[in-house]
Design a protein around this ligand. Structure first.
Ligand code: ADP
Length: 638
């Protein structure tokens, strides 16, 4: 019988299928099962409107039969089936709407190689059978017809359609699986374990049972007359098993899902051994329709801050997995969220490039971002302990989010941030900080350092605390960047305690300070001369109370930034312009003045170096020459 030729673009596609080298061949099964499920759907729908269709929904099922000896794999359904014409038009050409994009891609020869991966990721329906099979037979009998037809093809060189027998309506897709090739193990598609794994992975939520005969190795029942020395016997039993769980948890109404079920799903799906901290089950209808089930893990995944960690949500289209980690559904600052999104708005064969640019994806992503934020805020208000656990696990990520992309996301994130409060002795939100601010407090204050204890002892902190103002103690590298990124909160400027002007002076104070600076001018000049280029300026401090000295920075680079940059290997060292601040009311200042007045240059030099070293130590900066410093201290003892 003469073979009929495939339409041109189908032929191109088949070529790609047959010769494809990518690693996603396994999706052929998902594609065939989806087709089978659609055929069942169509019949189920027909039964609603057509009295002659007597089939019951519960009888609809998809059957998988591997046959290792014959090297055949069959996927059968008892759905609507296809007439002769349907077989020809459906399987002889790419007739599907969703393939338009794909066809466009195929037209460009040079791009074809790149497109191969697209097939792998998203599948192109029935033709994917040719990725694993060298001969495909489709036997189909349309519902309500007595005739059955057999479509056969070896791939690119066309197909035949002949009359045949089939007892019941529906479709069998029979694949003769390819021989193993060098790097391709086609055998695995005949292995019941592998098939079960693939069905669980891709087709778990198909709404009809997917059944297969599987072997189970189990203990025989103990005979009643078994004696004392009875040893258990084992046997292999074959039994039909339903392989898919059918109803996705996220399709069930929230009230019908128990917390244990949410947790079990999370642990199984995302390979965590701990329960999640929170689950968000949400849906939308309208411009875009979707259901989503999102989880916040309770611990930082071990690889979270490495390059290996991939963010993303699983994307389903009506229960069929189309992408395992859809990164575009999650902003980076919420990259710890795991979960699934199911939307019938995406077709199965949508390509990655097209998907990325769909409006639906953007709409869903932005709705989910808002939802995650509101859920976290709710947790922050209603279950602070839980929120603190969340903060410990992922707080740093949120801070990075504030700094990233030129501060684009800070409005979304600022309410979620926590910082250590000098007043509360525990974490606080910026909003709570602001609520507690006395009316006369000019700025929101923060101070950076290695630990809360160290920060609390910084000389600059004292005077601000004395005023009854609260300071946010920041112990993470990124904090200074976060605060500088935020700049203000609720209309109040955020200021580091080490910044000049952290405590604005009254006119009186200003005058007094000027007088002191004037009186100590000779000291400031002498110290600057002694330290030369090590500092940009030596000035009278307006912030020190009992401390004798501290370091501050002029210009855009803060001391904290310099410290951070020091830690980054290979980074160009960015240096803060250092300013040594001296407390004119302190005893060391008086001692300095005495030496200056006496014209004792040597002592002035020693004292200056000593004070500068103290300031460096207080700022957690390394001494340039520790040996010299020790000698200096010792020389003052004798
Ligand atoms: P898609 O399923 O995305 O439309 P396919 O290439 O997989 O594309 O299939 C083409 C068409 O063939 C389907 O739209 C459907 O009409 C028909 N078809 C495929 N498999 C079956 C089946 N098992 N039962 C009935 N019709 C089928």
């Amino acid at each position: 019988m003469a073979k009929k030729q495939f339409k041109a673009e189908s032929k191109r596609l088949l070529d790609l299928m047959v010769n494809s080298i990518y690693t996603h061949k396994e999706i052929f099964l998902r594609e065939l099962i989806s087709n089978a499920s659609d055929a069942e759907d169509k019949l189920a729908y027909k039964s609603l409107t057509d009295d002659s269709v007597t089939v019951k929904r519960k009888d609809l099922k998809i059957t998988i039969v591997p046959d290792k000896e014959k090297q055949m794999l069959t996927v059968s359904d008892n759905g609507v089936g296809m007439s002769k014409e349907e077989l020809e038009s459906n399987l002889g050409t790419i007739a599907r709407s969703g393939s338009g994009q794909f066809k466009a891609g195929l037209a460009e020869d040079d791009k074809a190689a790149g497109k191969i991966d697209v097939i792998g990721q998203f599948g192109v329906g029935f033709y994917s059978a040719f990725m694993v099979a060298d001969h495909v037979t489709v036997i189909s009998r349309a519902w309500g017809s007595e005739e059955a037809w057999m479509w056969q093809s070896d791939g690119a060189d066309g197909y035949t359609v002949t009359a045949c027998e089939k007892e019941v309506p529906g479709t069998d897709v029979i694949m003769h699986i390819k021989d193993n090739a060098d790097e391709e193990n086609y055998d695995q598609y005949l292995d019941t374990y592998k098939l079960q794994e693939l069905i669980k992975k891709y087709s778990d939520y198909i709404r009809y049972p997917i059944v297969m005969e599987v072997e189970d190795y189990r203990q025989k029942e103990k005979p009643e007359d078994a004696g004392e020395d009875y040893k258990p016997e084992w046997e292999t039993v074959k039994e039909w098993k339903t392989l898919n769980s059918m109803v996705p948890l996220w399709q069930r109404p929230k009230s019908k899902v128990k917390p244990e079920e949410y947790n079990a799903f999370y642990k199984e799906k995302f390979g965590d051994w701990q329960d999640p901290l929170a689950v968000v089950h949400t849906s939308a209808e309208g411009a875009v329709t979707y259901k989503a089930m999102l989880y916040i893990p309770s611990q930082t995944p071990y690889d979270f801050y490495t390059r290996e960690y991939q963010k993303g949500l699983q994307l389903y289209s009506s229960g069929v997995l189309i992408m395992d980690k859809c990164a575009d559904l999650l902003p980076d600052h919420f990259r710890f969220v795991k979960g699934v999104v199911d939307s019938a708005d995406f077709s199965l064969n949508i390509s990655r490039e097209v998907l990325q640019h769909t409006r639906q994806l953007k709409v869903i992503a932005s709705a989910l971002e808002k939802k995650i934020k509101s859920e976290l805020l709710k947790m922050q208000k209603e279950d602070r302990e839980k929120y603190e656990a969340f903060w410990t696990a992922f707080g740093t990520q949120l801070k990075y989010g504030v700094v990233a992309d030129y501060g684009q996301h800070k409005d979304i994130l600022q309410d979620l941030l926590l910082f250590w409060s000098s007043k509360e002795g525990k974490n606080t939100t910026l909003a709570a900080y602001k609520d507690r601010m006395p009316e006369d407090q000019p700025f929101c204050y923060y101070a950076c350092g290695e630990s809360v204890e160290k920060i609390a002892r910084l000389p600059q902190v004292e005077r601000i605390l004395d005023k009854g103002y609260e300071i946010l103690y920041c112990t993470e590298d990124v904090d200074d960047f976060v605060m500088k990124g935020l700049r203000e909160f609720g209309g109040k400027e955020i200021k580091s305690v080490t910044e000049e002007g952290a405590l604005p002076q009254t006119e009186e104070e200003k005058k007094a300070a000027e007088e002191k600076a004037e009186a100590g001018k000779s000291v400031l000049e002498a110290v600057k001369e002694a330290l030369a280029d090590q500092v940009k300026e030596v000035r009278v401090s307006s912030i020190l109370k009992s401390g004798a000295c501290c370091l501050s920075a002029d210009g855009p680079v803060s001391i904290e930034m310099e410290k951070y940059m020091r830690k980054l290997e290979g980074s160009q060292q960015m240096k803060a312009e250092r300013v040594l601040e001296l407390n004119p009311d302190s005893a060391p200042f008086a001692a300095l003045k005495k030496a200056v007045d006496a014209g004792d240059k040597e002592t002035v030099g020693k004292y200056s170096k000593l004070l500068y070293a103290q300031a460096l130590l207080l700022a957690d900066l390394p001494l340039e020459n520790p040996a010299e410093y020790t000698e200096l201290v010792c020389s003052l003892m004798i």
